[in-house]
Design a protein around this ligand. Structure first.
Ligand code: SAM
Ligand code: DTB
Ligand code: SF4
Length: 327
């Protein structure tokens, strides 16, 4: 067993910026299932209150009509998914949704737009939304695609706390899922976000037909960002009819739980979000994910265009598991 596995720390743990190689991460995946989630839970307890889960509510402020060709995404203009091309939501609707999210117990409000990236004229009204949501006492998050120079700074000045921008999969699998942009473009935006002083929310999608080694490649990339993202959304593919990944091969649930555990061990101080795909996931699997170190969820009956468990059902699930929302 490599040295790194006996201590649940990466090679060169004494160095300022630990790096996880793909081989290190693959070795974690290979551990016996219960050994892996036991280790992940220990790391979780050493870094977080294991009885607390952070709640983020999503709102799609600009839905559909996206020129990109991401093979998983119902919002691409290239796929016939029944998602139309809608205009940017008016500020009042966003404020009303944020107020409802806050009243329901969410602490963070995430605004998503189906853009390759915002033009300056697109950004202005989103800055207004961020100012308004921030003034309500919520943490703010936005996911708007690739950013140009200066845009991350404008978002920060408007009161944005987190920018979500996912690497989605391993570098060598990326080209099989998306052709309209490169992995490097995503890394470049993440760098801009970090330099502007925003918190980084960056994760990926599991279950797109990638191999275990490619799942490990994604986690190694995320864990090697310097510093690692504060928030790591692990999405289970929601297969949407009309998208190229509608018939992706099913993923065994243990592989998803392993991914959560591996994310927890390699990014011990990050919030690991059990993200898309919970509506299709048995509660028992979600419970395993929480035990393995997931400590954040999307909360509210909709993700961007697809469903999510009802808020009341999630409150009941958390209560059954004696988990409390982060206040
Ligand atoms: N357009 C922006 C972008 O691509 O960064 C922001 C919105 S985009 C919908 C945000 C993320 O949603 C994607 O990076 C992907 O991880 C996730 N996502 C989209 N469709 C999904 C699906 N069918 N299942 C799981 N996750 C999905
Ligand atoms: C993330 O990692 N997952 C969220 C959020 N960031 C923006 C989006 C999930 C989208 C699932 C498909 C849909 O609802 O359209
Ligand atoms: Fe567009 Fe984002 Fe969907 Fe890709 S994931 S098609 S960039 S909305």
């Amino acid at each position: 067993m490599p040295q790194s596995l006996s201590t649940a720390s990466p090679r060169g743990a004494a160095a300022a910026a630990p790096r996880w190689t793909r081989a290190d991460v693959e070795a974690l995946y290979e551990l016996p299932f219960h050994e892996l989630i036991h280790r992940a839970h220990e790391v979780h307890r050493a870094n977080f209150d294991p009885g607390t889960v952070q709640l983020s509510t999503l709102l799609s402020v600009k839905t559909g009509g996206c020129p990109e060709d991401c093979g998983y995404c119902p919002q691409s203009v290239r796929y016939d998914t029944g998602v139309g091309n809608q205009k940017l939501l008016p500020l009042e609707e966003v404020v009303a949704a944020a107020a409802a999210a806050k009243a329901n117990g969410a602490t963070r409000f995430c605004m998503g737009a189906a853009w390759r990236g915002p033009k300056q004229k697109d950004l202005e009204p989103v800055l207004e939304m961020i100012r308004a949501v921030k003034a309500m006492g919520l943490e703010t998050c936005a996911t708007l695609g690739l950013l140009r120079d200066g845009q991350a700074e404008q978002l920060r000045e408007a009161g944005l706390d987190y920018y979500n921008h996912n690497l989605d999969t391993a570098p060598e699998f990326y080209g099989e899922i998306i052709s309209t942009r490169q992995y490097e473009d995503r890394l470049d935006t993440l760098e801009k976000v970090r330099r502007a002083g925003l918190h980084v929310c960056c994760g990926g999608i599991i279950g797109m037909g990638e191999s275990r080694s490619q799942r490990a490649g994604l986690i190694a990339q995320l864990a090697s960002l310097d510093p690692p993202p504060e928030s790591v959304p692990i999405n289970h593919l929601v297969p949407v009819p009309g998208t190229p990944l509608a018939d992706a091969p099913p993923l065994d649930w243990t592989e998803f739980v392993r991914t959560i555990a591996v994310a927890r061990i390699t990014m011990p101080k990050s919030y690991v979000r059990l993200s898309a795909g919970r509506q299709q996931m048995h509660e028992a699997v979600q419970a395993f994910c929480f035990y393995a170190g997931a400590n954040s969820i999307f909360y509210g009956d909709k993700l961007l265009t697809t469903g999510n468990p009802e808020a009341a059902a999630d409150r009941a699930l958390l209560a059954k598991l004696d988990l409390s929302p982060l206040g």
